[in-house]
Design a protein around this ligand. Sequence first.
Ligand code: GRF
Length: 221
Amino acid sequence: MSRPVTRVAVLISGEGTNLQALIDAASANRLGARIVAVVSNRSGARGLERARAAGIEALHLPAGHGQARADYDAALAELLAPREPDLIVLAGFMRICGSVLVERFAGRMLNIHPSLLPRHPGLDTHRRVLEAGDRWHGATVHFVTAQLDAGPSIIRYRLPVRPADTVESLAQRVHVGEHIILPRAVSWFAAGRLRLEGSSVMLDGKALPAPVSIDEEGVLE
Ligand code: GRF
């Protein structure tokens, strides 16, 4: 019997280029999954338009003024539940998910972060890379745990920081890599190749000793 198609919900807040990379991979039959809903906490998110243009249900869930995180998370879980997602992908979702939500979807939630984790969790990574004089920068896809940007890493994209780099040039180069590694991680999950076991990332039945790494020249280490 063939596997039922993996149902993916994508959470966004803005432009949605990572969402677009997932949509494009799905239409090219490279994702092995169906994006069943896109949810944004911001009404003007361009990603919502991208979802609608692709015929995907696009939902806006605003946070009420002064709304407690737990209450927002509960509303989000309630919105997602009937869509029956197997996987939730945070693709530029600029909210912290609380522990109740994260535990509810443990091992079924991925995040893309614009740095080589564990370096530079949180915001403003490109500026911090330049200020620290880092030689390397990039992006990481990881399983989401209750600790911000600290869940087990799956795959990362690495690029050398050049002397002429600016926040804008790094943002642009990192985006290129994000659009490669996010669909790849989702496709592994959808194919049943990727799972979280305790704090170990299992790929093809083996614990990954380190995240899979791709460099800017596209070489798989
Ligand atoms: C990405 O850089 C992602 O890593 C970060 O937010 C950005 C979202 O970009 N968390 P987009 O909305 O997918 O274009």
